[in-house]
Design a protein around this ligand. Structure first.
Ligand SMILES: [Cu+2]
Length: 136
């Protein structure tokens, strides 16, 4: 059932992937380890394994938070800048005091472009965006 859903998700993405893409570039090197962004005293660490990060592989997402209070939910939304890639959100489970983890897949984009945007959504609000390069 879960596999069927994943395949459906990937097919939907392959079909819906359209647009010319953008001239943006990665703002962090996800292959080197977790990326960290901070805003005031709040800090988000975002990591993906295994590295290097590849499309069409089962990926482990890990978000670590510092100075966030009352965190009810953490979701990673995966999209491509200026492209329609369909819905792909990975809900994370709390695995430690400030650690949230989950598994997901980044699909192949027929355009060949590997720039993905991972938005970290905390309590239904986008807190931070990471532009990462994914290998095909
Ligand atoms: Cu795409």
């Amino acid at each position: 059932m879960k596999i069927t859903r994943s395949i459906f998700l990937i097919l939907t993405m392959l079909i819906s992937c359209s647009g010319k893409g953008s001239n943006l570039s990665p703002d962090c090197n996800i292959d080197a380890g977790p990326c960290i962004k901070s805003n005031m005293k709040k800090e988000i660490s975002f990591g993906i394994e295994p590295r290097p990060v590849r499309a069409m592989e089962s990926l482990h997402f890990r978000v670590k938070l510092a100075n966030y209070k009352n965190t009810q939910s953490v979701i990673v939304d995966l999209s491509m800048p200026e492209m329609s890639m369909g819905y792909n959100q990975v809900p994370l489970n709390k695995t430690g005091i400030n650690t949230f983890e989950g598994r997901g897949i980044i699909p192949f984009c027929p355009s060949g472009k590997g720039l993905w945007k991972a938005s970290v959504i905390i309590n239904d609000k986008v807190e931070e965006r990471f532009l990462i390069n994914v290998h095909y």
